[in-house]
Design a protein around this ligand. Structure first.
Ligand code: 0X9
Ligand code: ZN
Length: 311
């Protein structure tokens, strides 16, 4: 069991995932999707009561920490794992749905935020400039969906899209997961912070064919979260990324859609502090970690059940 009073490191999460695999071998399988540039295994959990053999079951895939500094996203996936594996209160979610959960999508960047630079966003790719000046690719601009059309070609930029689509092992790992399971994915959630937004594609402002149902389910998720502390709600905004935020190409959730996901969102958690206008919005007050996990789970459940019902 992992506590919700601190943000755990890559090594702590890794040990926890392995322990779950040993303790619950009938439902939990630890899978290595690839290795990061610095050689850290990119691990995800497959959670299934039928060992992923029943291909008629919908899959919910979710990931956190694609952006290294967005620490509050980690308890959201860890809380979901806990409710699906350790203290199961709503068994329909495990019986009717198979889950793919990738808690640390950017292991090198995440480790770097613990050791060197708390506000690092990208991965730790080097070799773009002499002396490793300006490292890192923005993994959420590196997917093969409208790649390089609304992102930066400057290696020093925080939205540098990399040398080509899927140039990074971290995005390639997600690509490979979706290549195997994409057609079964009813819901894809790429969890980020901060902004209290549930965003969907495409990053160029063009709406997908199922935009209405995508918007509707997104609103239902947001309402479930808002209800937790009603009337002090989180004021989540739901909409197309380009319409409510900015144009962004090569995003994971946009790629999730073309890789087969029925519904796909970038889930921007709140800051859970009062620093909405500075980088300090990424800092985590330990008092809110469990709350973040709990209320995000309220939204995830609504999205998962809706997606499974349409699947
Ligand atoms: O810019 C981003 O990558 C995301 N915001 S963040 O503050 N976490 O960096 C939003 C990306 C949403 N992109 C798509 N849905 N395509
Ligand atoms: Zn982000």
């Amino acid at each position: 069991r992992l506590s919700f009073d601190t943000i755990h490191t890559y090594d702590e999460v890794d040990a926890y995932l392995e322990e779950l695999g040993r303790t619950y071998p009938d439902v939990v399988t630890v899978v290595v999707a690839g290795n990061s540039i610095e050689g850290r295994p990119i691990k995800y959990l497959r959670i299934s009561t039928t060992n992923f053999q029943d291909t008629s079951k919908p899959v919910v895939m979710m990931q956190s920490l694609l952006h290294a500094r967005e620490w509050i996203t980690l308890p959201a996936t860890l809380y979901a794992i806990q409710k699906l594996v350790v203290d199961v209160t709503e068994s329909d979610l495990v019986n009717n749905i198979d889950w793919i959960i990738l808690p640390v999508a950017n292991p090198d960047g995440y480790s770097w935020t613990h050791t060197n630079a708390r506000f690092w966003r990208k991965n730790r790719a080097t070799g773009f400039m002499v002396g490793d000046f300006c490292a890192g690719v923005d993994l959420n601009r590196n997917f093969d969906i409208h790649w390089s059309t609304a992102s930066s070609g400057s290696v020093c930029s925080d939205t540098f899209h990399g040398r080509g689509p899927f140039s990074e092992p971290e995005t390639k790992a997600i690509h490979d997961i979706l290549a195997i399971h994409g057609s079964r994915v009813a819901l894809f959630l790429d969890i980020h912070s901060f902004g209290s937004m549930i965003l969907f594609g495409y990053g160029n402002g063009v709406l997908p064919p199922n935009a209405l149902i995508t918007n509707l389910v997104g609103v239902n998720m947001a309402q479930a979260i808002d209800k937790v502390k009603w009337p002090q709600n989180r004021n989540y905004i739901v909409g197309n990324i380009a319409h409510v935020l900015y144009d962004a190409s090569g995003g994971a959730s946009d790629y999730g859609m073309v890789a087969g996901a029925l519904l796909s969102y970038t889930y921007e958690l709140p800051a859970f502090n009062n620093n909405h206008n500075t980088l300090n919005g990424f800092l985590v007050d330990p008092a809110f970690i469990e709350q973040a996990g709990f209320e995000t789970w309220e939204g995830i459940k609504v999205g998962a059940r809706a997606a499974a019902s349409y699947f």
